[in-house]
Design a protein around this ligand. Structure first.
Ligand code: UD1
Ligand code: MN
Length: 435
């Protein structure tokens, strides 16, 4: 009886223990036996959150795009409408000259001419912005501060820019773009000027440099389809220009090299200013937005910078042949309203349309040398390039625009005769793929 009792107790204990173990295992680790494990539940939750996040960021992207589009539409409207611009007082108008310098003591050559031809130091204050922290150059500039009352500002950030290996060779382009950003912010935000003419430390200027910018400023200000005035003609070599120093054009190609812009333009492009290659960046449709620059037939600047950031090859092959204008044109006494878009487009389109069309071979043969002007058509990129090469003008494109082109038309002189290299009638605009 006692033995039976004991067995019963052992059996009960054994069963209870098993039951307890079973219960504990199931409740601790239900996944193996129950429906969904906590881990899986977490995974599902994680998935849900991820989905929600990507949905939100998509939404944010849409909103951003929408905002950009709205801003860009607004800008386009501004550019293409003809509103009366805010008037300005021409007598009190100040046009600063911003000279970008670095480590070349020959900045004195640029400064000498800027001072020599300057008609009024109050109207045209000279600001030299120096990058690179080069002491000998700083000393040279300092002399002009003492003697000619110019301003010398120094870029505070002259640190190296860390770039991955393939980009390393472009360090110079990065530094000068950073310098431009800073210097232009100084001009427009610190000194609060409303326009600027930018020159570099290896540029000579023509005697009518100030006259040219003074006279074109009101046109730039009035015409929202213009965003710059430049002193430069990319095909400005001696035998490619006429001797008509008065002749000015509109150009879809941003020439740089001595150029003027208004504060409103800086407010638009300054905040997104690129880390490098600022001039090509400006030529992109995202920045240019169909706007043109005024440029002269004969350059009002020329460069003596044999060695520069872009290594000088271009100088020997091209830049040193550029003709710098030597005649003073009293532009401020002339009516330049023909440069306003509506007038200019009507006149220029008709001019090109009425010019007799010839082939390149005919133009080169000289058989039509009795004509004042000739027109050669191009329909493809290769056609353009081959014609340009034959006639000696620059054959490259930036963002699909040939140098100096306006509405696709490139105007230059060939053996004393005006040539219009022009797309055929019905032209649909530049093709950004042409390069
Ligand atoms: C070329 C262009 C130049 C343009 C530049 C950027 C020509 C003839 N010149 O420069 O107009 O701005 O590409 O695409 O096509 N500088 C600095 N910090 C530096 C190095 C240079 O501020 O670390 C300044 C120089 O003082 C100068 C300017 O940047 O005023 C251009 O430098 P330069 O060495 O003359 O280069 P380019 O090859 O002529
Ligand atoms: Mn240069």
């Amino acid at each position: 009886m006692r033995r039976k009792h004991l067995v019963a107790i052992v059996v009960v204990i054994f069963l209870t223990w098993n039951f307890l173990m079973y219960y504990m295992l199931v409740s601790k680790n239900p996944g193996k036996l129950g429906s969904i494990s906590v881990e899986d539940q977490l995974k599902i939750l994680q998935g849900d959150i991820r989905h929600q996040l990507s949905h939100n960021s998509e939404l944010l992207q849409h909103l951003r795009k929408f905002r950009e589009q709205k801003l860009s539409e607004e800008l386009d409207r501004k550019i293409h409408q003809t509103t009366t611009p805010v008037p300005y007082d021409a007598n009190r108008f100040i046009l600063p000259i911003l000279l970008i310098a670095c480590d070349r003591t020959t900045v004195s050559r640029s400064l000498d001419l800027l001072i020599k031809y300057r008609p009024n130091k109050n109207k045209f204050p000279i600001i030299v912005s120096q990058d690179c922290g080069h002491k000998p150059t700083a000393d040279v500039i300092q002399r002009y501060v003492m003697e000619h009352d110019i301003k010398h500002i120094k870029h505070p950030n002259i640190s190296d820019i860390h770039l991955p290996w393939p980009q390393k060779k472009f360090q110079g382009y990065y530094k000068l773009s950073r310098h431009y950003r800073w210097a232009l912010n100084q001009v427009f935000h610190t000194f609060n000027h409303s326009a600027v003419v930018i020159v570099e430390d290896d540029l000579d200027i023509s005697p009518d440099f100030y006259e040219y910018f003074s006279a074109t400023f009101p046109i730039l200000h009035q015409d929202p389809s213009l965003w710059c005035v430049s002193a430069w003609n990319d095909n400005g070599k001696l035998d490619m220009v006429s001797d008509d120093a008065e002749l000015l054009y509109r150009s879809d190609f941003f020439p740089g090299l001595g150029w003027m812009m208004e504060k409103s333009t800086w407010l638009e492009i300054g905040p997104k200013w690129p880390d490098a290659f600022w001039d090509d960046w400006m030529r992109h449709p995202d920045q240019r937005r169909g706007r043109a620059c005024i440029r002269p037939e004969i350059c009002r600047t020329s460069t003596f910078g044999k060695k520069g950031v872009s290594k000088g090859l271009f100088y020997e092959k091209h830049l040193k042949f550029i003709k710098l204008n030597s005649k003073f044109v009293p532009f401020t006494q002339k009516d330049l309203s023909y440069l306003l878009k509506d007038k200019y487009d009507t006149y220029f389109t008709k001019l090109v349309k009425d010019t007799p069309e010839v082939t390149v071979a005919e133009a080169m043969s000289g058989h039509r040398s009795n004509m004042k002007a000739l027109k050669i058509l191009y329909s493809t990129k290769d056609e353009y390039k081959s014609t340009a090469k034959k006639l000696g003008i620059m054959d490259d494109f930036k963002a699909g625009v040939p140098r100096v082109a306006y509405n696709g038309v490139v105007s230059f002189m060939y053996r004393g005769q005006r040539i219009y290299l022009s797309p055929p009638p019905g032209w649909k605009g530049y093709n950004i793929k042409w390069s």
